[in-house]
Design a protein around this ligand. Sequence first.
Ligand code: AMP
Length: 143
Amino acid sequence: MTVSRILAVKGRQVATVAPEQTLHEVSVLLSTQGIGALVVTDHDGRVTGIISERDVVRAVAKRGPQALGDMVALHMTERVVTAHERTTIDALMQKMTSGRFRHVPIVEGGRLQGLVSIGDVVHHRLQEFEAEQRALKDYIATA
Ligand code: AMP
């Protein structure tokens, strides 16, 4: 099973932010959209980084409330681990586990196609598990 299956269910909308926006703007976006990370894109829509709630917390812990006025570029992670639509969900989970992060942007030909979070993966796995349970119950009932 590949990442494209998850995108087909959740959609391809990705919340983004520009590198010159502030951490306060990031906090507002994360809070109002109920998400944990924003992909940082340049004027051409290319991925230049990722900033998550962890980065905001780390910045405020280090510099105090004034960090909220800092530019995203100062606190984002620049080396973003991405995946393709054809990446398997198992391989995506490996990337998250070994990199210790919960978000992976999906990129094709340099263009952002979606974002998969650990929550999306868990949701997908639960659906698979429930389908297996139903199939087993049906099998037992008809055997
Ligand atoms: P998260 O667990 O996604 O909140 O992120 C934890 C840390 O990893 C933060 O410093 C993020 O900027 C960074 N991070 C999140 N996603 C990725 C990714 N796909 N590639 C590289 N770093 C990431």
